[in-house]
Design a protein around this ligand. Structure first.
Ligand SMILES: Nc1ncnc2c1ncn2[C@@H]1O[C@H](COP(=O)(O)OP(=O)(O)O)[C@@H](O)[C@H]1O
Ligand SMILES: Nc1ccn([C@@H]2O[C@H](COP(=O)(O)OP(=O)(O)O)[C@@H](O)[C@H]2O)c(=O)n1
Length: 221
């Protein structure tokens, strides 16, 4: 049955695999609807970064839990956390249930702001914000995502090898979709957005149409 949305804050949940474009879309939507945005991937990256910096093993539970408790959402440094190795390590600490519990609590507090919010990650529509106003699941083929990552690296004057990047993406997909706790999958009521054949503008317009339709109808999907 449709749930009236009158006066409820707009919460947009965006999930999808690595380099699908969910972060780009989340930032564009947050800007357009004047909502605060949280890239939840940065919270897992922050935990991994702390462990790597201290030289602690990624599977070291007590230290990973300590690091998760120290994550401060207002001090997530995208530049420091953007390294490829940190993303890889993040997907390893993300399998630790206690780490997820601590970070999910912080993410839920962010989503509960009276202003509404946009959050992107892997389990936003399924676990963090199961009652989000709008849920988007953004995908693109692994080849397209690897090409985007390579272009991103080259734009920063780096070099990369397509086959290696593709293999990394496929390995990360497997880890994120195959883990026992909060695996990456679309929520039953998520709107699927395959951006393989869409540029950034087209993906943004498609997402906006979905959000505007739901807000205009005044009910959850
Ligand atoms: N629809 C799109 N078409 C082409 N490039 C895109 C598209 N969406 C995102 N990108 C680019 O792909 C790269 C990965 O996007 P990003 O939003 O960081 O993905 P994610 O947050 O899912 O890892 C970025 O360089 C971004 O500019
Ligand atoms: N809500 C989330 C967000 C990220 N993650 C984990 O954190 C890793 C890094 O996330 P990210 O969003 O920064 O990665 P990219 O998609 O930007 O490469 C992912 O591979 C996941 O394993 C998660 O488990 N749950």
């Amino acid at each position: 049955m449709a749930t009236p949305l009158a006066a409820s804050p707009l919460v947009i949940a965006i999930d999808g695999p690595a380099a699908s474009g969910k972060g780009t879309l989340a930032r564009r939507l947050a800007d357009y609807y004047h909502l605060p945005h949280l890239d939840t991937g940065l919270t897992y990256r922050a935990v991994a970064h702390m462990l790597l910096t201290k030289g602690w093993p990624l599977g070291d539970m007590p230290h990973a839990v300590e690091a998760a408790n120290l994550v401060d959402l207002s001090r997530l440094d995208r530049t420091a956390l953007s390294a490829h190795a940190v993303g890889e390590a993040a997907s390893k600490v993300a399998v630790i249930a206690e780490v997820r519990r601590i970070l999910v609590d912080k993410q839920r507090a962010f989503a509960a702001q009276p202003s509404g919010a946009v959050l992107d990650g892997r389990d936003i529509g399924t676990v963090v914000c199961p009652h989000a106003t709008v849920k988007l699941y953004v995908t693109a083929s692994a080849e397209v995502r690897a090409r985007r990552r390579l272009a991103e690296i080259e734009a920063k004057d780096g070099t990369g090898d397509f086959a290696t990047i593709l293999a990394d993406i496929e390995r990360r997909d497997e880890r994120d979709m195959g883990r026992a706790d909060s695996p990456l999958r679309p929520a039953a009521d998520a709107h699927l957005l395959d951006t393989s054949e869409m540029d950034i503008e087209a993906a943004f317009l498609a997402a906006r149409t979905i959000v505007d339709d739901i807000v205009a109808t005044g009910s959850e999907a």
